[in-house]
Structure formats: C-alpha cells, structure tokens
Write a protein that binds this ligand. Structure first.
Ligand code: PLP
Length: 450
C-alpha cells in the first residue's frame, strides 16, 4: 500500500535535495508507472509531467523500443569498458551519431555516467588543454551565479548556488563567478538588451581583473535551467562570444538540459549560434531511460589532446556503458525519425509561447516566458510595481503543491515556477498544461488574499 511504501521510504531512503522533516505526515508521493507525458502514483492519480522527470524524458515515457534495445544489449554484451585499447560497437555507434548531430567543428565525444561527471570532465579537460598548449597558468574557470552544473565537488564548485556551496566543505579552487543574465530578477531597471550587454561586460571585467593569461574557460548553459529557466536577453550571447574570442578563452556550453531538442535545435548552442569548445551532455541523451552523459569535444581541443601523446588520466567504469549507449542511440534515432526536434522548433515551441504568455495577465504573474519547450512564470506580490513576495520560497512551493493538486507537475525555484515537459507533448496537452497551471494560480491567489 502507499502507506507501507512511505514508511519504508522514510525508514531507509535518504533522498537527493530533500528536507526530510518537511515531508511531514504525508510522506513522499509514490510514482509507480508512466506513459507518454503522464506519470501515475500509487493512489491511482494521473499527473501531467510538466518537468519531463528532471528535464530529461524528452521522448516521453513508456517507449517499448528503448526497453527492447536494452534487453537485447543486456543479452549480447551487458558490460565492457573502453579503457586500455578496447572498444565496443554500442559506444562507437553512439559516438558517430552524436558527432553527426553536433556542430561541424565537433567530431569527438568522451563518455561519462552523468551530467555532473560530464562537467567534472570538462573542467579537467580545459585545464589539461592549456597545460598541453604550454600555458599552464591558464587555469581559472569562470562560471555564473546561480548556475547548476551538478552535485559532485567539481559540479557544485562550477555551479553558483549559494546554499549548495555553503555545505560539505570547500569546493575546487580556481573557479570564480560572474552575474547571470536574469533580466526579470536582476535587471529590470534597464532594457533587456542593455542588461544583456552589461552581463557580458561584467564577464570581460572579470577576465581583465584575473588577467587573461590566467583564464582557461567560461562555462554556461544556453538557457539556465535549475536556476529558474533563465532565457538570456538577445544581446547576451553575441557579446559573450566576442569577449571570449578577444582573450582566447575556451567556451564550455553545458547542454545537459538544453541538448536534444529542448530549445528546438539538437543543441542549445545551435539556437544561439555558439561554437563551443566543449559541450557537456546527459539527460535527454537517453531521455533519462538509463544514466549516460558525455562531453562533445571540438577539433581544437581533441586534436591537442591526441597530438600531444600520452594519456589523459581520466575516465569512469561506466564511460560508454554498452547498454546505456545502445538505448541512447535508439533514443536519438527515434527523436530524429519522428521529427521531434523540428516539431519543437516549428510548432510546439511557438504554440507553447503563445499559450503560456497569456498567463502574464494573471494577477500573481509578473512575467511569463518560454523558449522551445522550457518556460517560467515569475510570481509577484504586486503586479503594478512588480514587487516580489517576502516569503518567495513559501509562495513558490504553495503554487507547486496546488499545481500537483490540479494534476500538473511544475517545479518552483523561489518564486519562479518552471515547466520543461516531454518533447512529445501534443498541442492539446499543452492546452491542458496551461489550464492546470492557471487553476493552480487562481487557487493560490484565492488563498493568499483570504
Ligand atoms: N548540468 C545541468 C545544466 C543540469 O541541469 C544538471 C542536472 O540537473 C547537471 C549538469 C547534472 O547532471 P546529473 O544530475 O546527471 O549529474
């Protein structure tokens, strides 16, 4: 029964990112199965998963083709590695496919087990690259405030989330942070264009302060996900590109959320016309069906690593795991064959934008934004002035909980509500998502004024 699952859960399971005391009497919701864009709980409730799990189930739930390919690969070769002069077909095929989908200057991939490991790999790789180039002082990596790059020590250090950095001891040295292009939260006195330029100028100022000869790389997500679905002003990325080129600093674009169709291109970098030196990937790579990540490596970096000779002493037991690789390849083939990425760009993304931005008229909403199939609502206490709530977290969580009651999974980050549904969602299901979000907002408004 649900009660029994919850009791066992409480007794033995330490959950990620969870205040166990706040679970209260109710306990955790027990998810038992899923299909398409819906998840089902042990009480028989069906919820529209507006978050695609953790921004990862791009192809939707319940795809038999992925289950079958996994079973086949488990029978054929359940495990082998590619250390020490061995390789195997699933990893090779997946590498080839990824490089065919990636921008032209990217022709190699290093596999990992997760997005955090992908960012750890990128951090070590950029530092190693500059050492091989005879510039061993170029070691500092610049990241952004409020970014999320994972939960390993390196991932946490690259991330810019103060609560994370306040726990678990010191992070990796040589990482500094610059402002995020979060116009609604931090730049509203300026135009979005001016604010985007200002953030890029802050990056340049940081490079000059550190000395360009000390700066290895800049890492950022195309659209910041966990930080609050932060879509940068149009002026931001072109200016950042120019700054990095001026000082010969590598660009690491964390594609863990934006990759595999989220923004309507195979990679978020392509939406913004970026030419990254490294692209950490994970999540949508296998639509979350099995854990796999990697770093797409540009010719510039790969050729330096290879031509220098010697080993890069780095790798994971599960790098290129055959079963995960076989499932990821099938996932990419299905996304491609079904035209999912193009549909997000040409149809579903614009459709969501039109419907979602209508929520901006709601009394609790200061801004409603979306790009491709990622979106956010900014909650405000006073619509006229745009004043935020004093208890942002509580209001965000209230809306999130009311949205669950209305049958929709949304996520709250402070007083920002986020959606990132499976990319196979239909127009009708987008309507359903928006209707349920509105119902949650209406109920929240009623309770806040009661
Ligand atoms: N990078 C980004 C942008 C992410 O959103 C995440 C996870 O949410 C990660 C990295 C870490 O990936 P993982 O949880 O697979 O380690």
């Amino acid at each position: 029964t649900t009660r029994e699952w919850q009791a066992l859960d409480r007794a033995h399971y330490l959950h990620p990112f969870t205040d166990h005391q706040a679970l209260g009497e109710e306990g955790s919701r027990v998810i038992t199965r899923a299909e398409g864009v819906y998840i089902h709980d042990s009480e028989g409730r069906r919820l529209l998963d507006g978050m695609a799990g953790l921004w990862c189930v791009n192809l939707g739930y319940g795809r038999r083709e992925l289950a079958e390919v996994a079973a086949e690969q488990l029978r054929e070769l359940p495990y082998y590695n590619s250390f020490f002069k061995t390789t195997h077909p699933p990893a090779v095929r997946l590498a080839e496919k990824l490089c065919a989908l990636a921008p032209d200057h990217v022709n190699r991939v290093f596999f990992t087990g997760s997005g955090s490991e992908a960012n750890d790999t990128a951090l070590r790789m950029v530092r190693h690259y500059w050492a091989l180039k005879g510039k061993p002082r170029k070691q500092v990596v610049i990241a952004r405030d409020n970014a999320y790059h994972g939960s390993t020590v390196a991932g946490m250090s690259l991330g810019g989330m103060a609560p994370m950095q306040g726990q678990g001891g010191p992070g990796v040295p040589g990482i500094v942070h610059v402002p995020q292009p979060y116009w609604f939260g931090e730049g509203r006195e300026r135009t979005p264009a001016a604010f985007g330029r200002e953030c890029a100028a802050a990056l340049e100022a940081k490079i000059l302060e550190l000395g360009e000869e000390n700066v290895a790389a800049f890492i950022a997500e195309p659209v910041q996900g966990a930080g609050g679905a932060i879509i940068p002003p149009d002026s931001y990325w072109p200016e950042v590109r120019a700054v990095l080129a001026r000082y010969d600093i590598l660009l690491v674009v964390d594609e863990v959320i934006c990759g595999f169709g989220r923004l309507g291109e195979w990679f978020g970098s392509q939406h913004y016309g970026l030419q990254p030196d490294l692209m950490p990937i994970a999540k949508g790579l296998s639509s979350g069906y099995l854990p796999i990540g990697g770093v797409l490596v540009s010719d510039r970096v790969a050729e330096t690593l290879i031509e220098a000779g010697g080993e890069f002493f780095h790798g994971f037991t599960y790098s290129g795991h055959p079963v995960c690789a076989a499932v990821a390849l099938k996932n990419l083939e299905l996304l491609e064959a079904e035209g999912v990425v193009e549909r997000v760009r040409d149809d579903l993304g614009p459709y969501l934008a039109e419907r979602w931005t209508r929520l901006a008229t709601h009394p609790l909403v200061g801004e409603a934004r979306s790009l491709g199939l990622i979106g956010a609502l900014e909650l405000v206490a006073d619509k006229a002035s745009g004043r935020r709530f004093d208890k942002a977290l509580a209001v965000g969580n209230l809306c999130r909980d009311l949205s669950l009651e209305a049958g929709l999974v949304m996520r709250s980050v402070g007083d920002t509500l986020i959606i990132s549904p499976p990319l196979v969602i239909t127009r009708d299901q987008i309507d359903e998502l928006v209707t349920r979000a509105r119902r949650a907002l209406d109920e929240a408004a009623r309770r806040l004024t009661a």
